[in-house]
Design a protein around this ligand. Structure first.
Ligand SMILES: Cc1ncc(COP(=O)(O)O)c(C=O)c1O
Length: 454
């Protein structure tokens, strides 16, 4: 199974050729989902005692399975949060897979961890975090938020000298925060209290202060962290980070900033000032697999004081003792994980290849297209903006349409392989939303979508 013989060489060439061809599709087809029954009928039995052979498995993947996955990197994949990995980052993802690096510890993966930390440093510098800031790449924003909040709770309990060791904690987040915050609360058995956001879905310092003041005293004692969002998923709005940071400082609360989607905007000079205050965060995440052109799965998790995260997350076991050298940077110590692939390397390679200026320009390009699309909506007769966009999410309505009509239109667009845009809701109303993270998405692509809504 592990020997590289002539037939393995044929398979190697075929698999690498497949990968190269997929990278070079311009664009890849949108494709679309199929039911398990359809796939069973089309793919046949693939996992068998004798194996079906690599070439046949590759054929099944290429002919049947891959077309049943929507291409998130298609320029008119505008739903949820798309992805648009650079060619360099995708190629290096292949190298990471081929290299068998264990990137949980410095002892085993130091070279890879060094490069990952270079990429983390770029992000920390964009955010203005201090020189000691650091962390690790985790699988996604959900894992990053959970790990950051675990570190925050550890500090709260540690600072209380054991008084809070059995106290259920409490976190405050805005009503615009991502669902993964409530999910982290469930996983940690922590309450999450929601602060009313403004009409655009932003959290402000004043509202946060009022919510804290209105907590019953026993609840205020349980409060250990505030989550602000720098780029809400539904509307792309950035919370009043400086105002929130003031309150956190005043009340000695951990400030976690969730920039999973919008944190990439730090690289764009045109919107950088919207993030002012982020430099005061105790922890911060951004997902390069969203708007920083890296493949899944890649979330950069940064701490102002990494030693706190290390105290919270380091796993202790006899067989791991050899790894616990205080001077070593073990990524496994900074999140809720142990074994990990060097998932930051594709980002690092692409950054090293293209330079950080290219990243700034690519983020600016997506912002320009998102905002030009908003102009088209503003001047159209059949659509109107629900909100003035801040980043690259645009929320709008087709006047006169209800939820069912939006759904039908969305299904028709995908079936015709035109675009993938899905409805969302805003203050109880079904509306449309597009999110652009792909520098290959053009204003013409958005015009096509808007025209199809007539
Ligand atoms: C603001 C925000 N936080 C967290 C997440 C969760 O990220 P992931 O899907 O990588 O777990 C998302 C996903 O869209 C997000 O937009």
């Amino acid at each position: 199974m592990h020997r590289h013989d002539a037939s393995a060489e044929v398979l190697t060439q075929a698999v690498v050729r497949y990968a190269i061809d997929r990278i070079q599709l311009d664009p890849a087809p949108l494709d679309g989902p199929r039911t398990p029954d359809e796939l069973r009928a089309m793919a046949g039995n693939t996992v068998t005692p004798g194996g079906i052979g690599g070439l046949e498995a590759l054929r099944v993947f290429g002919d049947v399975l891959a077309p049943a996955c929507i291409s998130v990197d298609h320029p008119r994949f505008l739903a949820f949060v798309p992805a648009a990995p650079t060619e360099a980052s995708i190629l290096f993802d292949l190298v990471v897979g081929a290299s068998s690096v264990y990137a949980g510890s410095w002892l085993e993966g130091g070279g890879a961890v060094f490069a990952e930390n270079e990429a983390l440093r770029w992000i920390a510098d964009l955010a203005g975090m201090p020189s000691q800031a650091g962390g690790a790449f985790v699988s996604g924003g959900t894992a990053g938020n959970l790990s950051a909040l675990i570190a925050a709770r550890w500090k709260w309990r540690h600072d209380s000298d054991g008084a809070n060791d059995r106290t259920r904690g409490l976190v405050i987040a805005s009503s615009g925060a991502h669902s993964s915050i409530v999910q982290a609360g469930l996983a940690m058995d922590v309450d999450v209290v929601s602060v009313p956001a403004d009409e655009a879905g932003r959290l402000h310092g004043a509202a946060l202060r009022t919510t804290i003041d209105e907590l019953a005293e026993p609840d205020r004692v349980r409060l250990f962290a505030v989550v602000a969002t720098s780029g809400t998923t539904n509307a792309g709005m950035i919370d009043d980070l400086a105002g929130v940071a003031d309150v956190c400082e005043e009340r000695s609360l951990w400030l976690h900033v969730d920039g999973a989607y919008g944190g990439a905007g730090l690289a764009a000079p045109s919107v950088r000032s919207l993030f002012d205050g982020i430099e005061r965060a105790d922890s911060f995440i951004v997902d390069p697999h969203k708007w920083l052109f890296a493949p899944f799965d890649c979330c950069a998790l940064l701490y102002r004081e990494p030693r706190v995260a290390r105290a919270a997350h380091t796993q202790r076991a006899a067989y791991l003792e050899v790894l616990q050298d205080d001077d070593d940077w073990n990524p496994s110590d900074y999140a809720h994980h142990l074994s990990r692939r060097a998932r930051g390397l594709p980002l690092w390679f692409s950054l090293a290849t293209h330079g950080t200026d290219a990243y700034a320009e690519a983020v600016e390009t997506t912002l320009r297209v998102a905002h030009s699309g908003a102009d088209l909506i503003r001047t159209s007769e059949h659509c109107e903006l629900v909100l003035e966009p801040e980043l690259s999410v645009v929320v709008f309505r087709r006047t006169g349409w209800d939820a069912e009509r939006y759904r039908e239109w969305s299904d028709e667009q995908l079936a015709a392989q035109e675009a993938f845009v899905v409805p969302t809701s805003w203050r109880g109303e079904t509306v449309l939303r597009y999110c652009i993270v792909n520098p290959l998405t053009t204003v013409d692509d958005i015009a096509m979508v808007i025209d199809s809504l007539r």
